[in-house]
Design a protein around this ligand. Structure first.
Ligand code: GDP
Ligand code: MG
Length: 205
């Protein structure tokens, strides 16, 4: 049989979900490009980037923009990591704003082994909607999917509407990992990705 050579041992698809405006796209760009955008716009197209994470040394290896679908657009960023000696390629999917219209399709969830479920600590409604996103995952994603819940915008503590304890309690009740993050101040972003990748690795291997 023809042997296909991959430059990785595992490929993990991870989806970003949560209400519009909670900071999903900025979490991803903070992680992949160390950028933060004050006025985020949806990008038309699909983006592929490769980054190699070796200890603390990060390099952006490749970035090309391609239009792949006329109707449903997703932003996909691929990065390569070392997890316990294995090379893991993480393909992280972001929406192009479909969550605003509750129009995320099942193709978005198909094959996902991890999900980042993001809410905004300054907007109670986005936290209440976590249940709706969990239902969406139950309906469309694999039942073994590893979920990391992130209470984002932790830099806006003076506007906080959801306590860290309430976040942690919900995570415990639903069996999710939990961190408060700030895409603006780059707090816990690396840790959140490292945690989910390591957990997925332990589930899969
Ligand atoms: P998305 O709709 O979930 O993808 O959210 P975006 O990433 O587009 O962010 C929505 C808005 O929240 C933008 O104006 C961002 O600048 C802002 N934002 C995102 N993350 C943070 C954060 O950690 N702290 C603060 N203060 N603002 C944030
Ligand atoms: Mg977005």
């Amino acid at each position: 049989a023809h042997k296909v050579d991959h430059d990785y041992d595992y490929l993990f698809k991870i989806v970003l979900i949560g209400d519009s405006g909670v900071g999903k796209s900025n979490i991803l760009s903070r992680f992949t490009r160390n950028e933060f955008c004050l006025e985020s716009k949806s990008t038309i197209g699909v983006e592929f980037a490769t980054r190699t994470l070796q200890d603390t040394h990060l390099t952006l290896k490749d970035l090309t923009v391609k239009l792949v679908d006329y109707v449903v657009l997703h932003l996909t960023v691929s990065m390569t990591f070392k997890v316990e000696g294995k090379t893991v390629k993480a393909q992280i999917w972001d929406t192009a704003g479909q969550e605003r219209y509750r129009a995320i399709t099942s193709a978005y969830y198909r094959g996902a082994v991890g999900a980042f479920l993001v809410y905004d600590i300054t907007k109670k409604q986005t936290f209440d909607n976590v249940q709706r996103w969990l239902r969406e995952l139950r309906d469309h994603a694999d039942s073994n999917i590893v979920i990391m819940m992130a209470g984002n915008k932790s830099d806006l503590n003076h506007l906080r509407a959801v306590s860290e304890q309430d976040g942690r309690a919900l995570a415990e009740k639903e069996g999710l990992s939990f961190l408060e993050t700030s895409a603006l101040e780059a707090v816990n972003i690396e840790k959140a990705f490292q945690t989910i990748l390591t957990e997925i690795y332990h589930v899969i291997s």
